[in-house]
Design a binder for this molecule. Structure first.
Ligand SMILES: [Zn+2]
Length: 146
């Protein structure tokens, strides 16, 4: 099971949850994290950065190459997009805050269980479907191929 890494963005206004496949890349691989409120501070550089819905992640690509090549990943395949999309260092969940949001939303629905069980069952079912639809329509990168 992958560990959750909570990392704060450069302006300190946001935090994001990350997971790293097989714990291969340490959290320090993420040299900078910019939330939608601070991502305009930097010029996007596809050689070191990957973006998702207003967020920008900047990786220490030199270190990433060392780690990934030692696992047999061909050097030229190793890009920021590859790291993110293959799960080597990526959101824990579909969005940076999904795991916290999910807990809050679930709590709200659980309250219904005590008052209206039929409504609760309906809500619980549609919640799962609706949240995926929401992520897709918001344009989160990890939902692009679903
Ligand atoms: Zn920020």
């Amino acid at each position: 099971m992958c560990q959750n890494h909570v990392i704060q963005c450069e302006c300190k206004r946001s935090r994001a949850n990350f997971m790293n496949l097989r714990d291969l890349l340490p959290p320090q691989i993420l040299s900078h994290l910019y939330c939608p409120q601070c991502s305009d501070r930097v010029t996007f550089n596809p050689e070191t950065m990957v973006k998702d819905n207003g967020w920008i992640l900047e990786f220490d690509m030199e270190a990433a190459r060392v780690f990934l090549m030692s696992e047999g990943v061909p050097g030229k395949a190793i890009t920021p997009d590859f790291i993110f999309d293959q799960g080597y260092f990526t959101w824990n969940g579909f969005t940076p805050t999904e795991i916290e949001d999910r807990m809050k939303e679930r709590e709200e629905i659980m309250k219904l269980a005590k008052v209206d069980r039929r409504k609760f069952m309906e809500e619980l079912k549609s919640w799962g479907i609706n949240r995926m639809e929401r992520f897709k329509s918001e344009g989160w990168r990890k939902t692009a191929n679903l």
